[in-house]
Design a protein. Structure first.
Length: 349
């Protein structure tokens, strides 16, 4: 892999590597132009070092754009810990030592990168990191953090859906709007609850049949098998599971008028976004609509104020409305508009 070529293509930035005991980790700092970089730490197996580098650098760039569009005083960063082959057998103390080693790595970066939880990590892991560095957010409430950011992510997505309801469907609220939630894990379940309270009509799916049944019963939703979800006629499809759910090949099968969910990297390729635009399906750029969790933990670093975090998350309505209006006015895909907004803010510093 040509690392410097990759960094140049993504307009980087810094890339840091650490190896200590069981720890093999990479921190990508895409930008500190607006402030210290902030982004989660993932722990997962990678087939190769090149794939780990490609993954972390692209995720960090997306975090820069997310922070910029949310008007946060942070740049974008991301970290990956290459999971040891026997991670599942680790004792609690051995896992804690792994995260203490990672925390020392973060601390050595001198505040240029602030970490938080992500796929494969938890608030408990952040509590461990917090014992060796102050450059961490998203730890448990008991340890002085703001706790699980999922409710804020879901709140922001609901606000984005409200903006779409107003500008695309000419509705003043979500009453009767049919939303399909694809994936009801931590964030998806919170979103389903937010939408149900707002009067939306729900269809849900999840690969876990037990969770699917439990959430559908809780919110009064129709539950469908994962393979059937794209065939459900609806107003809005909300992908809240793994990234890359929207491919160019499946766009013709969609039976919705908008895609607006919490998942990261919802579009498998740029061609998928262009296919949505060609069909007249509005796509709410993922990093613009799902920024509530980042907003919440960023507020924690500044001195946590839950009311301020909520107010900034509520403003995601305005972000999505602005993207919708500019997309229609300039005849450009929404993700192109969002990228332009982010790049303008980053360039201005």
């Amino acid at each position: 892999m040509k690392i410097f070529e990759t960094l140049s293509t993504l307009n980087y930035g810094e890339l840091h590597f650490a190896r200590s005991g069981d720890l093999q980790a990479i921190v990508a700092i895409h930008s500190t132009r607006l402030g210290p970089s902030c982004g989660g730490t993932r722990i997962r197996h990678y087939p190769s070092e090149a794939e780990a580098i490609d993954h972390v650098t692209r995720l960090a760039q997306a975090m820069s754009y997310k922070a910029a569009v949310a008007r946060l005083r942070h740049g974008g960063g991301k970290a990956v810990i290459v999971a040891p082959p026997d991670l599942a057998t680790y004792s609690a103390e051995r896992r804690a030592e792994l995260f203490r080693a990672f925390g020392r790595f973060v601390d050595a970066l001198g505040g240029r990168y602030i970490t938080t939880e992500d796929s494969g990590t938890s608030a408990a892991d952040m509590d461990v990191i917090r014992t060796v560095t102050k450059h961490v957010v998203g730890s448990s409430i008991e340890k002085g953090g703001s706790g699980d950011p999922s409710p804020f992510t879901a709140l922001g997505v609901r606000r984005g859906i409200e903006a779409i309801a107003h500008h695309l469907f000419q509705r003043q609220n979500l009453a009767g709007l049919h939303v399909v939630v694809q994936g009801v894990g931590n964030v998806g379940a919170h979103l389903a609850r937010e939408l149900q309270k707002s009067g939306a009509r729900l269809t849900i799916t999840d690969v876990d049949p037990v969770r699917r049944a439990a959430i559908s019963a809780e919110v009064g939703a129709v539950a469908v098998e994962p393979d059937a979800v794209l065939e459900v006629p609806c107003d809005i499809l909300a992908p809240c599971a793994l990234g890359g759910a929207i491919t160019e090949e499946l766009v013709p099968r969609l039976r919705c008028r908008a895609v607006a969910g919490a998942a990261n990297n919802q579009l498998r390729t740029g061609a998928a976004g262009r296919a949505l635009f060609a069909r007249g399906i509005f796509y709410a750029p993922d990093y613009a609509i799902n920024a509530g969790g980042l907003i919440n933990v960023a507020e924690e670093y500044a001195g946590y104020d839950a009311a301020r975090a909520r107010a900034k998350t509520m403003a995601i309505y305005d972000t999505i409305a602005d993207i919708f209006i500019r997309s229609r006015k300039e005849s450009l895909p929404p993700e192109a508009i969002a990228d332009r907004i982010a790049e303008e803010i980053l360039a201005a510093g």
